[in-house]
Design a protein around this ligand. Structure first.
Ligand SMILES: [Fe+2]
Length: 467
């Protein structure tokens, strides 16, 4: 794919004045928000986004460990009815005192996690996700109901990146652990009942942030960021190439009558925080598109989000600091023969890939991503044409993950809207942008002016209103 001319890296001064990930100190509500442009009248629901926001007085540690805070905007009838932000209440003391702790096989209480990574809806429940433990259930108004373990059936942590099969509505996910079993595969039915849990054999404990499904397979990423507890164990993982790097293909039926055997293929050492999508091609091969970090890119990113937060109290960004290059990459694996190939699809620095989730595990043409510091903006990849459209942003703004919302009368994959929070690097108010996904380069069709600065965060969802 073609490459745009690179921009200069943002100046560290752009991160002054509190820093793009500096927490906000309180919970607020606002109603009837001002809008520039026009919100598509068909949008009726909530945009919810999660991210770390350490409590006042808490020491800022690694970016990944701060207490989760949800930011929500209610949209209906072409209006932005409200904004509110709420911490996720993970304090076990505030749980029902008669409720039993939620322990894993080694006695660790899975309620103890930051609840800061994602928020999804499944089986009628809003679930706040963080890979360190079990989900927390919240109300549509962002109040915390409590820890959620699928009626006692979930006995491991749960990834923040589960995958919903667009045909069956089943939820596929996993938990990884520092202790054996290191990896456990789970399936919940569309109603939210956990129906299968089965251990998967891996050589050791790694940080497994994301995975993929296809129509028939689960795709595992067993990569060399390994568990290594230490004296400053905010996030006790280190790059260790001696672990090896491998991608695994396993039947989706594992634990439900199918084998949990995995076809592993060794790959060049790398790390993947986020998968774009996976699918099977006409030859039965599994095609995986994801954002790949080489050793230098990973260690630069890990240092930026951990080291600089520790030293300065609030600077650093997963896509904006310190010379990292995380790029769109493709792996092609034949599940039966193990034949394997890989190629870099683009050389722009990106993160937070998203797609029309009706294409999860199926063929997708379009992939959206946030681009990094050298060419800041939103990218729409057309993987069939091998081209990309870029919506540039002012370098003094930070754009978060763009969530795709299908149009009501969609006939094409990209008929829909992209919703994202845009935050000034040094300003007091963020905006919620709504973009037409068929015409990303045109810029937002609506800008909702939020009543406060929203720190850069992780992942969010559009939760449609159920009529
Ligand atoms: Fe993530």
């Amino acid at each position: 794919m073609a490459t745009r001319e690179a921009r200069p890296v943002r100046s560290p001064a752009d991160y002054a004045d509190g820093g793009i990930i500096a927490p906000v100190p309180d919970e607020i509500d606002a109603r009837d928000l001002e809008v520039i442009g026009s919100i598509p009248p068909e949008l009726d629901g909530r945009y919810l986004r999660n991210g770390p926001n350490p409590l006042p007085g808490d020491r800022a540690g690694h970016w990944f460990v701060g207490r989760g805070m949800l930011h929500g905007v209610r949209i209906a009838g072409g209006r932005a009815q409200w904004y509110r932000n709420r911490w996720v209440d993970t304090d076990p003391a505030s749980d029902d005192p008669t409720a039993a702790p939620m322990l894993d096989a080694n006695g660790r209480d899975l309620r103890r996690n930051a609840a800061n990574t994602h928020v999804i809806e499944h089986g009628g429940s809003l679930l706040v996700l963080c890979e360190g433990g079990v989900p927390y259930r919240v109300t549509p108004e962002l109040g915390t109901v409590g820890a959620f373990d699928f009626s006692g059936r979930l006995r491991t942590a749960m990834t923040a990146h589960p995958k919903t099969d667009p045909s069956t509505g089943e939820l596929y996910f996993y938990g990884y652990s520092a202790t054996s079993p290191y990896l456990t595969f789970h399936v919940a039915d569309a109603a939210g009942n956990l129906i299968a849990s089965t251990p998967v054999d891996v050589p050791g404990p790694t940080m497994m942030h994301d995975f993929a499904i296809t129509e028939h397979y689960v795709v595992w990423l067993d990569l060399p960021v390994v568990f290594r507890p230490g004296p400053r164990a905010g996030m006790p993982f280190v790059w260790d190439e001696s672990y090896g790097a491998r991608i695994g293909i396993m039947s989706r039926r594992a634990g439900r009558g199918g084998s949990a055997a995995v076809r592993w293929v060794d790959v060049d050492p790398c790390y993947v925080f986020h998968v774009g999508n996976a699918r099977e091609d006409d030859h039965g091969r599994v095609i995986l598109d994801a954002v790949r970090y080489g050793a230098e890119a990973f260690t630069a990113a890990w240092g930026a989000i951990g080291g600089s937060v520790r030293s300065s109290g609030g600077h650093g960004s997963l896509v904006a600091d310190a010379g990292l290059t995380s790029v769109l990459h493709r792996w092609v694996i034949h599940p039966t023969t193990g034949a394997f190939d890989e190629e870099q699809l683009d050389d722009r620095e990106i993160e937070f890939p998203s797609i029309n989730e009706q294409r999860v595990g199926r063929s997708n043409r379009f992939l959206y991503a946030v681009s990094g510091s050298r060419n800041g903006g939103l990218i729409k990849y057309d993987t069939a044409a091998g081209s990309a459209t870029v919506l540039d942003f002012d370098t003094r703004q930070h754009i978060g993950e763009a969530v795709f919302v299908p149009a009501v009368a969609a006939s094409n994959e990209d008929d829909g809207w992209l919703i994202s929070i845009v935050t000034p690097i040094a300003g007091s108010r963020s905006e919620l942008h709504v973009m037409d996904a068929t015409d990303v380069g045109a810029g937002p069709v609506a800008r909702v002016l939020l009543p406060r600065r929203v720190p850069a965060g992780f992942h969010g969802s559009w939760i449609p209103e159920r009529g």
